[in-house]
Design a protein around this ligand. Structure first.
Ligand SMILES: Cc1cc2nc3c(=O)[nH]c(=O)nc-3n(C[C@H](O)[C@H](O)[C@H](O)COP(=O)(O)O)c2cc1C
Length: 733
């Protein structure tokens, strides 16, 4: 499959450094725990910024016979080297407020020691350090290429901050966690690179030279607690204090802060010399802090999450790649010998799955078929049937392996006349639904020698059911005896549950052959309105999906149109109350009425009303729900009439708008009603109301067109603006 430059770099960098990054991430996770475990030790004193050096030195003077030095580390532990009043030399942790001993320094735990050495040098000294530094750099580059991939995926800088559409687990969380952990990972890798450069002396080590005052004043003698400079320095700024080694004026206090150090006269507290540290010394200090998380539990936790995140990125990244690798094309016949050509446009490999299934089915029927990516479009000498199967990516753009198709189409000519069909794979969660498939169709229409078999067929969320519908229609047009390829039919095995029929209506009582069936799971099963009920055909084992309306706590309703030869719809209709049927539940979060919704338009035609029957019935909170329903006649509506009127009286349904197309001379559809109520619709959208659309793709197209016009006219923004914000939910087929 064609890869974009950024994806290629992301992948190559990741593969080449994977072992080192794996070690760094595992040891990094362990080491991130060290500052956390340190912080809970009794030596940690949190109020160093409340104590001045003047108070602190005074306390120590009272407490000990002599103080040699004091160090404050990044955990805020204060270690003092002292001589006690009974003459013992001690190195102890002390409480900076009282000067009391808190214990003696202990060796670092062997686990942390081991992890530190592995993390820093892989136990290989210089060469190990080199590889660790290099992998830090590579991880930094991987993160940068990742930023570009997210920008590309989300359609630009603005899109970076927009929510990611959830398609499947690994790509979704790879991107979501990538966004969250980007900054910590960049910080940890950049500081890692910096610290490595320092270890290799590429960053110069600081030489601190004091220009001492030659006047060694001994007077006036001021107590340390009164030293002006000491009063102005908080203990939290101090890294080290070395006490004067003898009571002579040329022996000073050396006070090291994070950004400078002082020599202080021990008698009068004058600053004898001050040296500001060079920038790189300060940078080293902060790089260590940021890289190790020492001194901050919150940052240590962020580092821990980043390290675990890196492990997840490795897993999810490689599994995404493996899935894409399955998209490799293996052709049995040469391109010019084939009369069937299947061209694929795919970004993440899903479309290949369907294309491969069609290809193998054609071979099974003894046809000569050829598979190719849209980017490798050529002339095909014997082509008589062309099928283009393509996804859409970014914001209505071509997937990477189809970007060159437009140019290639003009370059390569086909000899004979050919039939063509375009199948668009997309997601209704995006404003530009299957746009590239429509673009390809337009390009092909302009191409000479073609015979367009049908309109673009769109498939939402890789629906097997829709694919099968297309396959059946196409094989009929092409005179082929195709059945749903086995590979596809068995793609997903759902968990099924037994449901008992509690009630149903008769299809013959409805002019459109539509009925409602009410089902209760035998065991407790979780579902809500908007989820889907999956039922397999007994013969073909093909999955049919019906939108669920949650009727009662443990009961659902589906609205079904009976098809003359439809095995599942007839089976459902023929079930008697008390009979059992095995069904799966498909969670469809994208079509749940959001809890926070205060007002919503529920738009449907025909059996698309199914989920709304439940949403309205469950609306005991009396959110403002407005139902727009389209059907043929008043008799078509009889099926739902009583129920909806009852709900309206109960206050669960605010308004009901019926578009009964055949009840008057001029046809009226839901989109016409919406257009007529444009102002109210715009007001609802403006006040953060939700719009739900359920029904056929044809209706969805017309409705979104009208909604787009309403938004542009009344709100000066396109519908896509609200769709991107998640206010437009669709479940169309
Ligand atoms: C980042 C991203 C952007 C997408 N943009 C669109 C879009 O604009 N229109 C659309 O119909 N589908 C869009 N989709 C959905 C895909 O086209 C759909 O999931 C398709 O089945 C993916 O097939 P593929 O893996 O072969 O590329 C997008 C998916 C992703 C992950």
């Amino acid at each position: 499959m064609t890869l974009s430059v950024w994806r290629y770099s992301h992948l190559v960098l990741a593969v080449s450094s994977s072992i080192f990054i794996l070690l760094a991430a595992v040891t990094g996770s362990v080491l991130a725990l060290e500052p956390i475990s340190n912080r809970i030790q009794p030596y940690t004193t949190g109020d160093l910024d409340q104590i001045t050096v003047a108070e602190f030195t005074h306390t120590l003077q009272q407490k000990y016979a002599e103080v040699i030095s004091v160090e404050i580390d990044k955990n805020s532990w204060v270690t003092a080297s002292v001589i006690t009043k009974d003459g013992a030399d001690k190195i102890i942790y002390i409480d900076p407020k009282t000067g009391d001993s808190l214990g003696t320094p202990k060796e670092t735990s062997p686990v942390f020691k081991f992890a530190t050495t592995l993390h820093r040098s892989l136990f290989l000294k210089g060469i190990g350090r080199f590889f660790v530094g290099l992998s830090s750099l590579l991880l930094c580059l991987i993160s940068i290429s990742g930023i570009f991939l997210i920008l590309k995926k989300q359609g630009g800088v603005k899109g970076f901050f927009k929510p990611i559409v959830k398609e499947s687990f690994n790509p979704y969380y790879h991107t979501v966690f990538g966004k969250w952990l980007l900054i910590p990972i960049l910080i940890v890798t950049l500081t890692g690179v910096y610290l490595s450069l320092e270890q290799f002396s590429i960053i110069p080590s600081a030489k601190i030279v004091h220009q001492e005052d030659t006047l060694f004043a001994e007077e006036p003698v001021i107590p340390v607690s009164e030293f002006k400079v000491f009063k102005n320095i908080k203990l939290s700024e101090v890294r080290k204090i070395e006490y004067p080694f003898a009571p002579f004026p040329e022996s000073y206090f050396l006070v090291q802060l994070t950004n400078k150090e002082y020599l202080i006269n021990q008698f009068n507290g004058d600053i004898v010399s001050q040296v500001n540290y060079p920038f790189y010394v300060i940078l080293t200090y902060y790089s260590t802090l940021f890289h190790t998380g020492q001194g901050s539990i919150v940052w240590s936790i962020v580092l821990l999450l980043a390290s675990i995140g890196i492990l997840f990125f490795m897993y999810s990244g490689f599994s995404i790649t493996l899935k894409r690798r399955k998209s490799r094309i293996k052709n049995k016949y040469k391109k010019d010998n084939c009369d069937y050509v299947i061209l694929i446009g795919s970004e993440n490999g899903n479309t290949f799955y369907f294309a491969n299934a069609l290809y193998s089915e054609l071979l099974r029927l003894g046809k000569k078929a050829y598979l190719a990516e849209l980017n490798s479009y050529k002339s095909y000498k014997n082509m008589q049937h062309l099928v283009v199967m393509t996804s859409t990516y970014g914001t209505g753009e071509a997937p990477t392996n189809a970007k060159k198709f437009k140019a290639l189409l003009n370059t390569h000519q086909q000899g004979a006349k050919f039939n063509y069909s375009v199948v668009g794979f997309g997601s209704l969660a995006y404003p530009d639904y299957c746009k590239f498939a429509y673009d390809v169709d337009t390009m092909l229409q302009a191409h000479p020698n073609n015979n367009r078999l049908a309109d673009v067929f769109t498939i939402n969320n890789q629906s097997l059911e829709s694919f099968n519908q297309w396959l059946l229609a196409w094989s009929k047009q092409e005179n082929l005896n195709i059945s749903l390829p086995k590979a596809i039919g068995s793609k997903k095995k759902r968990k099924t549950y037994a449901f008992t029929v509690t009630k149903h209506t008769k299809a013959e009582n409805n002019p459109d052959d539509t009925f409602c069936i009410y089902l209760k799971p035998v065991e407790k099963v979780k579902f809500t309105s908007g989820d889907l009920l999956s039922i397999l055909g007994e013969k073909d084992q093909r999955e049919r999906l019906y939108s669920i309306g949650k009727w009662n706590k443990n009961e659902l309703v589906i609205s079904v149109k009976r098809h003359q030869k439809g095995s599942v719809s007839n089976r459902l209709q023929n079930l008697a109350v008390g009979n059992k049927i095995s069904c799966g539940i498909v969670k469809n979060k994208a079509f749940h009425l959001p809890k926070k919704a205060k007002e919503a338009l529920l738009i449907a035609t025909g059996t698309g009303i199914g989920p709304y029957l439940g949403m309205i019935r469950q609306n005991t909170a009396h959110k403002k729900l407005h139902l727009y329903w389209g059907g043929r006649t008043a008799a078509s509506f009889e099926l739902y009439k009583n129920q909806l009127e009852t709900q309206q009286q109960a206050g669960n349904l605010t308004s009901l708008h019926l578009a009964l197309s055949r009840e008057q001379a001029q046809k009226i559809y839901v989109q016409n009603l919406l257009a007529a109520n444009g102002k109210e619709v715009a007001q609802l959208i403006k006040s953060k109301g939700y719009i739900l659309i359920c029904g056929s793709i044809g209706m969805q197209k017309e409705v979104t067109k009208v909604l787009d016009t309403i938004c542009k006219n009344h709100l000066k923004k396109p519908l896509s603006y609200y769709q991107n914000k998640g206010y437009i939910l669709m479940d169309c087929y």
